[in-house]
Design a protein around this ligand. Structure first.
Ligand code: SF4
Length: 381
């Protein structure tokens, strides 16, 4: 564990926190007039609360929790389509566990499983491929979900299925990409964003250049960050330095893992298997141009949307969020999770109303798990 411990060293953390405090003072940021830093990735949101960084950093910094939790931004209409596919008697539906409890309009996949659908949790699309090989009389559908981090493994499974002519395997593709929603948020006149902590895992695949537009077009600093407390503190320090110096650059704090130009093997697999959809719906954010991926025509035999006539091929289905759900406002930084009237009462990790309470990377779940429940209790009293 030595390697990890170095990034959790409390003495080093105190030194970085002291440098952050000095910079916040130099910038003139205060609790009333804070610097707004968005951590794009749900893994960073989770780490910020897990290590108490929101409380350790000065009040002059406000973290805005971005849309980088793929389970959280999946719209209800797509969960409904998952259930529709999964409830077919010939289908074995394979999914990652964290998607099981995301609410649809009628039911979640967990509820569909309880009602008799053959839904199986897997750790990799390769597990779904193996299930397809062992069950040639059944249709095996993998729920392809996630940002550029998981997109390559789904692509590789489709390529492998094509090599094996595995005709009973398909993917319900819900893969999405990080840069378009950042652009949508920057174009939103109501958003106040002074800088970004960029996603570490996604950037391992795509590199740092897809973020160039943030600095060059919008004049905002972004620092790609790792996931340990010192990674995050150092990244915040780097963002603050850019703000103080009136610079806007793409910097890479996570250079020990993130190559400037990404992973060429993964990028090649992505380019071979997918193409951008004209538009894709994000829970709480609405339709965002070119933000989703669909399976290219040459792999149509492995596209569950084609096979089962669901999804965008059957026409877009925009479904309203449940009444009282404020996920959209939380995801755009307009309110904190504790500002949602459902937080901790009508919406808990055990009984989530909104998607941000389902995944451990969701902002509401992170608040709830790591101590923001006191606010809720006070509010409820
Ligand atoms: S508390 Fe629940 S309903 Fe409210 S914003 Fe969070 S996830 Fe959505």
């Amino acid at each position: 564990m030595r390697y990890v411990e170095e990034f959790r060293d409390p003495i080093a953390a105190k030194a970085v926190l002291s440098a952050i405090e000095t910079l916040v003072e130099e910038i003139g940021a205060t609790a009333e007039n804070p610097v707004h830093i968005m951590e794009i990735c749900g893994g960073h949101t989770h780490a910020i609360f897990r290590y108490g960084l929101d409380r350790l950093t000065p009040k002059g910094i406000e973290f805005i929790h971005g849309p980088g939790c793929p389970v959280c931004v999946l719209p209800m209409s797509r969960i409904d389509e998952c259930v529709e596919i999964a409830e077919r008697p010939e289908v074995i539906f394979c999914t990652f566990g964290d998607a099981m409890r995301v609410p649809g309009t009628q039911k979640s996949l967990l509820q569909a499983k309880a009602d008799g659908a053959d839904i199986r949790m897997v750790y990799s699309p390769l597990d779904a491929l193996e299930i397809a090989r062992r069950n040639p009389e059944r249709e095996v559908v993998f729920f392809g979900l996630g940002f550029e981090t998981t997109t390559p493994s789904t692509a590789l499974s489709i390529q492998q299925a094509a090599r094996e002519s595995l005709s009973n395997f398909s993917v319900f593709c819900n893969h999405i990409t990080v840069p378009p929603p950042i652009k949508a948020l920057l174009d939103d006149p109501h958003m106040v964003l002074d800088g970004f902590v960029g996603p570490g895992h996604v950037s391992m695949v795509i590199g740092t250049h897809p973020y160039d537009f943030i600095a060059e077009t919008y004049g905002k600093p972004i620092v790609v960050a790792g996931f340990e407390p010192l990674d995050l503190l150092q990244s915040v320090l780097m963002v603050l330095r850019q703000i103080r110096d009136r610079r806007a650059e793409v910097e890479n704090q996570y250079a020990r893992v993130v190559p400037e130009h990404g992973n060429p093997v993964s990028l090649a697999a992505i380019a071979d298997v997918y193409e951008p959809r004209p538009t894709f719906e994000w829970r709480g954010l609405g339709e965002i141009d070119a933000s989703g991926l669909r399976i290219r025509g040459k792999y149509a035999a492995f596209d569950a949307e084609e096979k089962f006539a669901v999804g965008y091929g059957a026409g877009p289905r925009i479904v309203a969020e449940p009444e009282g759900c404020a996920c959209g406002q939380v995801m755009t930084g307009r309110i904190k999770p504790t500002g949602c009237p459902q937080y901790g009462t009508g919406c808990t990790p055990e009984m989530p109303l909104g998607a941000l309470m389902v995944s451990s990377e969701g902002a509401c779940a992170a608040y709830y798990q790591y101590g923001a429940t006191d606010d809720t209790l006070e509010a409820a009293e």
